[in-house]
Design a protein around this ligand. Structure first.
Ligand SMILES: [Cu+2]
Length: 125
């Protein structure tokens, strides 16, 4: 009477979604984003410095304050941050915030993770 139940062994939580990627482009004097909204959870900022001087990338809001290393011109780095719903400020913190004041600042809106902010488009036929 041995009954082997292979029940929920293969059940995988759909909430364990992979981190969302946001492509960030830094230049004088702006922060370019390929999206303005993400879902709450783990977000990977892929930051490229397309400018002519060293910049860096900082995320602040909802109790989060995390920054990248300094990024020389032409180089890239990645920053992974776990974000809750809310509005965040993304900016370059260098030179006593003069880069930020010159325009290197941008808002990112994080929505609750149960409603996708940017549904993936199916591949074009
Ligand atoms: Cu800068």
């Amino acid at each position: 009477m041995n009954r082997i139940l292979i029940a929920a062994a293969l059940a995988v939580s759909a909430s364990l979604a992979s981190a969302q990627a946001v492509n960030v482009t830094l230049s004088e004097w702006k922060v370019g984003l390929d999206r303005d909204t993400v879902q709450a959870g783990s977000v990977i900022f892929k930051v490229k410095n397309s400018g002519t001087m060293t910049h860096a990338f900082y995320v602040r809001g909802e109790g989060v304050a995390k920054g990248s290393r300094e990024i020389p011109a032409g180089q890239e780095t990645a920053l992974t941050v776990t974000l809750k719903p809310g509005t965040y400020e993304l900016y370059c913190p260098l030179s006593d915030l003069t880069h930020k004041m010159a325009g290197m600042s941008r808002a990112l809106v994080v929505t609750a993770d149960d409603k996708p902010a940017v549904p993936k488009k199916p591949a074009a036929e």
